[in-house]
Design a binder for this molecule. Structure first.
Ligand code: AMP
Ligand code: MG
Length: 483
């Protein structure tokens, strides 16, 4: 029986005509093999819990099942502030949409499936290294509670792919409610194809912003929601210490989900100007600049929607961005510190903490996790995260005094805080160890990390060392932008 017989398939995007995509067959990978298969997500999609040779042939492009209608989407976008009209799916194909058990419909996209008309100078491939990073990080964010595309499976092969050295071609099976990016709208706007621009807006409203249909100005209502969801997403990234790395408008999902993983990084030491992308010489996509860039990107989207939404309405919608981002960020930071009531001095308490953490290069994730263990007599472990312990002690005493004004017991507060402060995150060095082993043919570490990161907030004693500070070699890790 085919793995697809129990799956409900849809082809909604395929119904858009005139320049939205091109039909492209995948170029098969040579000697593909499964690196990992995400059983939980497979189950949600009504696919088998176990990966099979049949599914391997289908997802690696060796066999085209009747259920797949592979297309490469056309889009454009602003890359590092410059408009590039020539983008599109250059190495990934949307093969089908699946109606899942939760009643949501998900796009299934194979990233690394070979050349398309939008490949430009590229080879249409994705290497194992970057595919492992996307596979692990998208699931890690999902389990942290950050909106994101997801990953159903990961395939490696013997197809040689040339980057700085010869690597192997891989396919990450990406699953997302939508693959529509800000850059889709920019493409139709800048080419003057306003009929298509309108079709795309109507498509989004019909499928993703259904509630907007009933409003007086459906397009505006949709844009307002994009503004809000983008603000909330970026607030979450910054509260969790996540830097995306390449916030070009073609990597911005219309649904406010983390999308297109490249040289991303979680903060180890707190460093507001952390730049994870080594090609980002100006620091345009530095950690602390993500909120500004979110607004820049939304402004680019607003411009592309200007034929259908009045300028003054677009401007008022954009004005909601900053307050929404600040409100969400402050909510998250209050959760992380257990400060449920608002007191006039709280802002100063947070500012002092961030200054102290930056000066002391304090590990961001470990600090907040330790702060949520104060019910276990761990003051010293907190102070040990700082070079200047006496200053840290001053801050901690202030904090301890402040939390006395909260009504919960210390146990209640710490227990709640542990559900907001992960113990395990996908640190760069952990991903790198899994990559190094996988490149030698051993995929076990990818599977270990996948299991670990599914429960980031739980103590997992046998994996305790995965929460350790990064080893010294990790400081020299440069994540290549070539993927
Ligand atoms: P990214 O940096 O992955 O967001 O990609 C930016 C643009 O370059 C998109 O249009 C991609 O499809 C395209 N692209 C990236 N890598 C490749 C590749 N190896 N072959 C073809 N196109 C690529
Ligand atoms: Mg991209």
């Amino acid at each position: 029986m085919s793995a697809w017989s129990s799956v409900t398939l849809q082809y909604r995007f395929h119904q858009l005509t005139n320049g939205f995509y091109q039909t492209v067959l995948p170029t098969p990978l040579q000697l593909p093999e499964w690196v990992d298969w995400n059983s939980e997500l497979a189950e949600l999609l009504s696919l088998p819990k176990e990966p099979s040779p049949q599914l391997l042939s289908e997802f690696s492009g060796q066999i085209l099942p009747d259920e797949f209608r592979p297309i490469a989407m056309k889009y454009a976008g602003h890359q590092f502030g410059q408009y590039n009209p020539d983008l599109g799916d250059g190495r990934g194909l949307l093969v089908a949409e699946i109606k899942a058990k939760n009643n949501l419909t998900y796009d299934v996209h194979i990233k690394g499936a070979g050349l398309t008309p939008f490949s430009r100078q590229g080879d249409g491939r994705a290497v194992l290294r970057s595919s492992i990073r996307e596979y692990l990080c998208s699931e890690a964010l999902y389990y942290l509670g950050i909106p994101t595309s997801r990953a159903l499976g990961l395939i490696n092969s013997r197809t040689p792919v040339y980057r700085e050295k010869t690597e192997t071609g891989a396919i990450c099976i990406r699953v997302a409610e939508s693959h529509i990016r800000f850059g889709h709208f920019e493409h139709f706007f800048y080419t003057g194809q306003h009929d298509q621009l309108k079709q795309l807006l109507d498509f989004c409203i019909d499928h993703y912003f259904v509630a907007s249909q009933k409003t007086e100005k459906p397009y505006l209502s949709m844009f307002e929601q994009v503004v809000m969801s983008t603000a909330q997403l970026i607030a979450k990234w910054n509260a969790f210490g996540f830097a995306h790395g390449v916030l070009n408008t073609d990597n911005m999902s219309i649904l406010g989900q983390t999308f297109d993983f490249g040289p991303f990084g979680f903060l180890d030491a707190y460093q507001p100007n952390y730049i994870c992308n080594h090609s980002d010489y100006q620091g345009r996509y530095a950690f602390s600049n993500q909120p500004n860039i979110g607004l820049w990107n939304l402004t680019a989207l607003a411009h592309a929607l200007s034929p259908f939404i009045e300028r003054s309405d677009l401007d008022s919608a954009l004005e909601n961005y900053e307050p929404e981002l600040n409100q969400e960020y402050s909510r998250l930071m209050r959760n992380k510190t257990g400060l449920n009531t608002k007191q006039p001095q709280d802002g100063e308490l947070f500012n002092q903490l961030f200054t102290l953490m930056a000066e002391n290069k304090t590990d961001y994730t470990r600090f907040f996790r330790q702060l949520s263990m104060l019910d276990q007599d761990n003051e010293q472990a907190i102070l040990d995260l700082f070079i200047d312990r006496s200053k840290a002690k001053q801050w901690l005493d202030r904090y301890l005094k402040r939390v006395e004004q909260e009504s919960e017991s210390i146990q209640q507060r710490c227990q709640a805080m542990r559900s907001f402060n992960p113990k395990y995150i996908l640190r760069n060095h952990l991903a790198q160890i899994a990559i190094d082993r996988a490149e030698e043919g051993d995929y076990s570490e990818v599977k270990v990390l996948m299991e670990l990161l599914k429960n980031p907030y739980e103590e997992q004693p046998k994996f305790d060392h995965y929460s350790n500070l990064p080893p010294s070699w990790a400081q020299e890790l440069e994540i290549s932008c070539s993927s």
